[in-house]
Write a protein that binds this ligand. Structure first.
Ligand code: AMP
Ligand code: GLY
Length: 431
């Protein structure tokens, strides 16, 4: 059976990029994005939906007779959207709630890594009753550690500590003051690693995994990796230190495939995009985290470089027949620069009119995240990260020049964008 109609669940730049890539593969595909944004509205049908209401997602898929559901956000996977769709006999690309625990429980992820021999930071886990043991471990590390809320905390549950005071304070905030609510009642404490970070996505059918080109995300709001963390201010693919075939093979062999195997053995087979957040340390690759979904904004630079049909890969994963290996990538590189709204990453202003998108070069993409359209078509800001301008080129420098040259044509009041996406990482610039 061919795939004629797809439902993509989510509303970010990631979902816009997924919809774009599926339509690149099959131009007459019918695509529904729920709830979608101002960008997906121009290429697909947006349907309002609460993505964590698994029954409602499955009902929409059944009512609209979709052939394949693609899950974007982790919250939708953790809420059991895949389980609800499968129960209705609908093909799904995205993990069950049980498999999504690889992201939604950091303790579970650490146990899986340990059992599978996947390289990661030394760690222990516990709750308030284990405080003595946690403090002893922190002391052993001289306070140079990372305290992580076990559960999903909107990407904010990770506290990087440089000394004993900071580490004890982080434990107090998590376990005592419940800064992250129930998500932080249980914590993982691990050694502080240093190095550059890389994101690698593997698409799996539960048994095999197909690896996509690596990417790097710039999470801090300001140039030079300064200021508070955000959802991501831009990204590049592939990073120079993570682009060799040997690197991609090693990540596939020592990180992605063992994780997929370990989840299969536990009878929680993982179908969907397994995202390995890696640190390249002087001692080799270490896994910082697994996510159960595509990363954003990395997806927006990875997909333009993909030289295979994404829709075919999704369908093969959902049917349990994806070929293992490394997906073909186009030569060259991609750079994506995020334009964020005034106030981001704090309280953001909404409603500013966005202009200039129609002036972008034909082969430069503007993936929308926080945008909405008035009934007359006027495009306005409607979220923190508003859009991401992504360009490809012969190398990162060429792609970077084109991305910034095109971003300069886009305007909205209060726009914030970094000027250094795609420049070499400046060691020690973090503050
Ligand atoms: P996570 O959500 O676990 O990826 O953590 C978020 C961010 O915290 C990562 O992208 C890293 O920048 C940082 N981080 C996490 N774990 C460690 C670690 N063990 N050592 C140093 N930095 C870390
Ligand atoms: N780019 C980081 C994330 O998607 O979690």
């Amino acid at each position: 059976m061919g795939i004629g109609r797809v439902l993509i669940v989510g509303s970010g730049g990631r979902e816009h990029a997924l919809a774009w890539a599926c339509l690149r593969d099959v131009p007459d595909l019918a695509v529904i994005v729920a709830p979608g944004n101002g960008g997906t509205a121009t290429m697909a049908e947006n349907v309002p939906l609460d993505v964590t209401d698994a029954a409602a997602v499955a009902r929409l898929a059944a009512e609209r007779d979709v052939d394949l559901v693609v899950i974007g956000p982790d919250a939708a996977a953790a809420a059991g959207v895949a389980d609800a769709c499968t129960a209705r006999g609908i093909l799904v690309f995205g993990p069950t709630a049980a498999a999504a625990r690889i992201e939604s429980s950091k303790t579970f992820a650490k146990h899986v890594m340990e059992a599978a021999g996947i390289p990661t930071a030394r760690w222990i886990a516990g709750d308030a009753a284990d405080r003595k043991r946690l403090s002893a471990f922190v002391a052993e590390l001289a306070g140079r550690c990372v305290v992580k809320a076990d559960g999903l905390a909107l990407g904010k549950g990770v506290m990087v500590c440089g000394n004993l005071d900071e580490a004890e304070r982080a434990l107090d905030e998590c376990l005592g003051e419940l800064r992250f609510g129930d998500a932080g009642r249980h914590v993982v404490v691990e050694e502080l690693l240093s190095g550059t970070e890389v994101s690698v996505f593997g698409l799996s059918d539960g048994r095999n995994v197909r690896t996509l080109v690596p990417a790097r995300d710039n999470k801090r709001i300001f140039d030079g990796d300064r200021g508070p963390n955000t959802g991501g201010m831009g990204s590049i693919a592939p990073p120079a230190d993570a682009s060799s075939d040997a690197f991609i093979d090693e990540v596939t062999r020592s990180v992605l495939a063992p994780c997929i195997d370990a989840l299969h053995v536990r009878e929680t087979s993982f179908v969907g995009c397994l995202y390995a957040g890696l640190m390249l340390t002087p001692d080799g690759i270490r896994v910082l985290e697994f996510n159960a979904r595509f990363g954003d904004p990395e997806t927006q630079v990875v997909l333009p470089l993909l030289d295979e049909s994404l829709l075919e890969m999704f369908t093969a994963c959902a049917r349990g027949e994806v070929p293992a290996g490394v997906a073909s990538a186009k030569p060259g590189a991609a750079v994506g620069v995020v334009a964020a709204a005034a106030g981001y990453p704090g309280d953001v202003r909404r409603g500013d009119v966005i202009t200039g998108i129609e002036a972008l070069d034909d082969d430069v993409h503007c993936f929308h995240a926080g945008t909405a359209r008035d009934t007359d078509g006027t495009l306005r800001t409607a979220g923190g990260r508003v859009l991401c301008v992504t360009a490809t080129g012969a190398d990162v420098d060429a792609a970077r020049a084109r991305a910034y040259g095109n971003l300069a044509r886009v305007h909205f009041d209060g726009m914030q964008a970094r000027t250094d996406i795609g420049l070499p990482v400046t060691a020690g610039a973090r503050s």
